[in-house]
Design a protein around this ligand. Structure first.
Ligand code: NAP
Length: 269
């Protein structure tokens, strides 16, 4: 699902690299259909209505479900997808959740927890991945020399390389032994935005500034074009980041990859 998005493109690439035939589900008119090689077939569906789900899933061995970012309907989407997978007799199902879905201070995390429960209620042996924030989220800002965030630049994060997440996604979707498991996927280092900016400056060879802006400035600036609920969800997330950052345990990721997960320095390089 969501194959044209940031996560979906990375997961599709990782599956293709393993020699897996992929049915890449995108919504009609999507601008970002993945680079579809011969092993990728693009199908269209609508997660908000369920139109196209049954056709997209007919005959597949596994489903990788992710919801569009901060979508208000994501629990119902999870129900629809799980219901359709059960009806089609899909044998393997992986849900892309988030780190700390039970954190009650963030409504979009709580929806992930509810989506996990909704999927498990309909399907046996579901695998759940709970990734931290992606390291890639901050790369464009680092390249531009200014990482501006609406929360403390000293809060700690264990951001994870999206390609490491995608490698694990492809592994658990195609290999035995992960049914029923829940894996937290956090990066190997605990860094503040200030520290990430310092590392970025040394790797990229130009100054990179870390600046905390007031949340209200984000609301009337970059957040202004978002639907109200998405904006409120993200404000709650920034307030949570301000209090405690977003920190997870990298041990599952290390074990699954069989190597050290990529660091912020590796991602930038
Ligand atoms: N970003 C992070 O750091 C992070 C970390 C952990 C977990 N996550 C989770 O990962 C998930 C995916 O995030 P992302 O950043 O990859 O999102 P994204 O880039 O927005 O991708 C979501 C995809 O869903 C598609 N979509 C939207 N509405 C749809 C509909 N009605 N029917 C079918 N497809 C629809 C979008 O299509 P279009 O291309 O046409 O817009 C897009 O390709 C989210 O649930 C997020 O919470 C993200």
């Amino acid at each position: 699902m969501g194959a044209a998005g940031k996560t979906g493109r990375a997961v599709t690439r990782a599956l293709v690299a393993r020699g897996v035939r992929v049915r890449a589900a995108v919504r009609a008119g999507s601008r970002g259909v993945p680079d579809a090689g011969p092993s990728v077939r693009v199908v269209t569906l609508d997660l908000t209505t369920g139109d196209g789900l049954a056709e997209a899933m007919a005959g597949v061995d596994g489903v990788y479900h992710l919801a569009p970012n901060v979508h208000p309907d994501e629990v119902a989407m999870a129900r629809r997808v799980a219901h359709s997978a059960a009806a089609q007799g899909v044998s393997r199902f992986v849900f892309h959740s988030v780190l700390h879905p039970d954190d009650a201070s963030m409504p979009h995390h709580r929806r992930k927890a509810e989506a996990e429960r909704a999927i498990r209620a309909r399907l046996d042996s579901v695998t759940v991945l709970r990734p931290a924030a992606y390291a890639q989220n901050l790369v464009p800002a680092a390249r531009a020399g200014l990482i501006e965030v609406p929360h403390s630049v000293d809060a700690p994060f264990t951001n994870v390389d999206l390609d490491d997440v995608a490698e694990v996604a492809a592994m658990v979707l195609t290999e035995e032994g992960h049914g029923g498991e829940t894996y937290e996927l956090a990066g190997p280092e605990r860094l503040s935005v200030r520290e990430m900016a310092e590392t970025a400056a040394s790797v990229l060879g130009h100054p990179v500034e870390a600046v905390a802006i007031p949340v209200q400035e984000w609301v009337t600036g970059p957040g202004a074009t978002l639907p109200e609920q998405a904006r409120d969800d993200l404000v709650a997330m920034f307030e949570s980041y301000d209090r405690q950052g977003l920190v997870g345990d990298p041990s599952s990721l290390r074990r699954l990859l069989g190597r050290e997960p990529r660091s912020w320095r590796d991602v930038l390089a």
